[in-house]
Design a protein around this ligand. Sequence first.
Ligand code: NDP
Ligand code: GUE
Ligand code: MG
Length: 295
Amino acid sequence: MSLNVIDGRQLAERLVEEMAEEVKTRTALGYQRPGLAVVLVGEDPASAIYVRNKIRTAEKAGLHSVVTHLDASCSQQALDDIVTDLNERDDIDGILVQLPLPAHLSEERIINLITPEKDVDGFHPMNVGQLATGQAYLVPCTPLGCLEILKREVGDLSGKHAVVVGRSNIVGKPMASMLLQANCTVTVVHSKTVDAVSLCKQADILVAAVGVPELLDSAWVKPGAVVLDVGINAIEKDGKRKLVGDVNFADVADICKAITPVPGGIGPMTIACLIKNTLVAAKQRGVKQPVVKAR
Ligand SMILES: NC(=O)C1=CN([C@@H]2O[C@H](COP(=O)(O)OP(=O)(O)OC[C@H]3O[C@@H](n4cnc5c(N)ncnc54)[C@H](OP(=O)(O)O)[C@@H]3O)[C@@H](O)[C@H]2O)C=CC1
Ligand SMILES: Nc1nc(=O)c2c([nH]1)NC[C@@H]1CN(c3ccc(C(=O)N[C@@H](CCC(=O)O)C(=O)O)cc3)C=[N+]21
Ligand SMILES: [Mg+2]
């Protein structure tokens, strides 16, 4: 079978270019430039890299961006105050608080505090509920990036058996919701699942979001399946730091129809979808507040 390695980096770049055009058109019409705020707490190096990538991509798309960097020891009140201020700011359409937060801060509290209108992560229970009931507004970026790839690789998803490995609130659960909405038959596999391998082996579409380096090998994959590898795991190999997914790429590549690599697969698509969500939020808010351009 001829292998199709899905180039998430290239696809993401194309999407960002398209969105940059859209931003240009909107600002020319006198709408405010879409604004994205990213809040980073602490010094986790991986988080710092992701935040830098997000801001760089936002700027490529012509967005206005604001980064707030708080000390790892900051109080819940200080973080709450930042989010409350961003909720109220007219120039900000999207708010993302980088997770995980230091242990003394409540993620749940912050997720609930971000106004659902500006919740570009799609983590607020209001947006989760809207996705679950088929009224999606802002949905989580990683599964949205996966769906974008599937639309291109598979086309009509109706009747396909999709197996999602992982049930986190940020990837697995919303992914299952979106696939169900797209008329897939969905199986969700997690750490308590009995015989995960044989369930995965039945998948036409297999999404791995586990956080275990190279857990899924060829025994887990049906010949001809489309495999999306969400995992981002830093490992040591031959004394060097290396990123690998949740799928053993070399082993699975021979039998699947298409696969996303790590890096260069779902990661860049996640960031492109963050920009997309910021545009969705800006349009929703912009209806109410177009800025009249001075002549
Ligand atoms: N590319 C991107 O943009 C993003 C990548 N990621 C990456 O994706 C991966 C998953 O992230 P996230 O969802 O946050 O992870 P979590 O740790 O929150 O969730 C992992 C899930 O996998 C399940 N699981 C763990 N071990 C097994 C196993 N052996 N067999 C079956 N299921 C198992 C867990 O089950 P249980 O619920 O029973 O504990 C849980 O539901 C990570 O590598 C992360 O770095 C995450 C977000 C974005
Ligand atoms: N509020 C919040 N929203 C998130 O969406 C969120 C988060 N917190 N916390 C962490 C996870 C992880 N995540 C990634 C995004 C892009 C890449 C990415 O671009 N990866 C590159 C490689 C980057 C590298 O070299 O390290 C790639 O796969 O090609 C990875 C991971 C978003 N997350
Ligand atoms: Mg998690």
